[in-house]
Design a protein around this ligand. Structure first.
Ligand code: TRP
Length: 471
């Protein structure tokens, strides 16, 4: 029914983004997210960042810089679910459920952990010297990131493929133990884009912070870009002498920002004697053409961190709306919670004998999906806002039934509550879950009628939830 592909990737919030990150990760991920039929989830993997870095200031600065970078490069938070890992408490909770089914031997085989062990052994140290549980359990946390959102495709670099395979292994084991034949957790696939160039750095090796050969993306402004490009290592051929365009990084970087024809022309000019200095100026101008407008946005965002925070909070709300219901199902599956006696659909009373109200979901004439709450006598008490997917409507019914009992006819802002509202057609009562507007009554002739209807609605909802709790 759902033809959209769910794509998810995490961005570790350490370091300052460089041109290699932009060409190799940021730009391709944003192009992928812009494709129709793609539901993209991008998040700041700040819990993962803690594994590599214990400097709070760097963690904080890096988070802002990286969020600003992705937003400046065109991430549209209205299309993409963009959030911060540490805003989603369901992630560490799922990580624990997964930890309990993950074989220690599987983690022993993780590349990053093995590399650390090998380095220790080579130096004659104890095998696990200096290795924390964070590094060891890294793949389980990453599996939780992925499985919590039912991601189908996970775009990553080649070095991360093993982690996605581990996430599959862990999900399969969880499904086997607790699914009773059902796939509680969807199995993800790694997607490695073979077309994406790895950009060479100043010295011609892969551009990487660990080689100290990077060109900054935004940091330091156009001046820093120009300075870094001036440091690209070339041979000492004079202006006018023919040059090998592939003898250094210039041409490969140029091609990452130019059309094929422009790249070919650049190479041809070098072969026929273009001076290195002038070639570097042309390269700078070519990169600037793409980057300068993004840098202006980046600077504006960094000057207003509250705007970034607000966008992340919005994203977290969107993400948790999906995460909450899945985690509820998993808690039940492992036995931490007892399933409600009746789910929304099972609760449909036998004809004629309804003791309490019920939820129904349906497709409206607008082509979108809604739920209704019907009173015990079948009267129509509440109609939801429209949702794009039938599952969204059904998930909200589940959330409401789980939250059951919290509703009151108050003018508060926390949890599940009703608020009074005046519309042109008359006063209505609106059901809110936190700051999520969910559903409302029909307009009433006056406020007194609205208040009476709201009181009846609360009574009927509570009767339902009492019945569910008591089985
Ligand atoms: N480990 C990934 C990296 O270093 C970042 C990451 C964390 C991630 N969680 C994820 C990537 C989930 C994809 C999916 O690049």
């Amino acid at each position: 029914m759902n033809a959209r592909t769910r794509v998810l990737t995490g961005i570790t919030t350490t370091g300052t983004p460089h041109l290699g990150n932009y060409v190799g990760a940021i730009r391709p991920a944003l192009r992928l997210a812009a494709q129709p039929d793609t539901d993209a989830f991008f998040f700041l993997a700040d819990y993962h960042a803690l594994i590599k870095c214990d400097d709070p200031e760097r963690i904080a600065r890096s988070r802002l810089e990286i969020a600003a970078t992705w937003l400046a490069c065109g991430l549209d938070p209205a299309r993409v679910t963009f959030y911060r890992q540490s805003d989603i408490p369901e992630i560490p909770e799922l990580a624990w459920l997964l930890t309990c089914v993950t074989a220690k031997g599987l983690m022993n085989r993780a590349h990053a952990y093995k590399a650390a062990v090998d380095a220790n052994t080579a130096q004659g140290e104890d095998a696990d010297a200096g290795i924390g549980m964070g590094l060891y359990s890294y793949p389980v946390l990453m599996a939780a990131d992925i499985l919590l959102f039912g991601a189908q495709q996970v775009p990553v670099g080649r070095d991360q493929v093993q982690h996605i395979e581990m996430a599959r292994d862990i999900a399969q084991r969880f499904n086997h133990l607790y699914g009773g034949g059902k796939a509680l957790l969807a199995l993800p696939d790694a997607v490695v884009d073979e077309d994406v160039a790895t950009l060479p750095g100043l010295d011609g090796r892969k551009m990487s912070k660990s080689y100290d050969n990077t060109i900054p993306l935004f940091a330091g402004g156009s001046r820093a870009l120009e300075d870094a490009i001036a440091r690209i290592v070339t041979d000492s051929r004079k202006p006018g002498e023919p040059k090998d365009p592939d003898s250094n990084a210039l041409c490969a970087i140029y091609r990452a920002f130019a059309t094929r024809a422009e790249g070919d022309a650049f190479a041809a000019d070098l072969r026929s004697g273009l001076a290195w200095g002038e070639a570097k100026q042309r390269l700078t101008a070519c990169i600037e053409q793409e980057i300068a407008p993004l840098r202006a946005r980046y600077d504006a965002l960094l000057a207003d961190p509250e705007q970034i925070e607000a966008s992340l909070r919005d994203g977290a709300r969107k993400a948790r709306r999906l995460a909450g219901p899945l985690l509820d199902r998993l808690r039940e599956a492992v036995g931490l919670r007892t399933p409600l006696a009746a789910s929304a659909t099972r609760a449909q009373p036998a004809a004629g004998g309804a003791r309490h109200g019920r939820f129904v979901t349906f497709r409206g004439r607008d082509g979108r999906f809604h739920f209704r709450f019907l009173g015990a006598d079948g009267s129509d008490l509440l109609l939801s806002v429209p949702f794009d997917a039938p599952k969204a409507a059904a998930d909200w019914v589940t959330v409401l039934d789980k939250a059951g009992g919290g509703v009151s006819f108050v003018w508060g802002h926390e949890g599940l509550h009703l608020q009074a509202e005046d519309t042109v057609a008359g006063p209505i009562a609106v059901l809110w879950y936190g700051d999520e507007r969910l559903a409302n009554t029909e307009p009433q002739p006056d406020a007194a009628a609205r208040d009476a209807l709201a009181a009846r609605l609360v009574e009927e909802l509570e009767a339902r939830w009492r019945a569910l709790r008591d089985g």
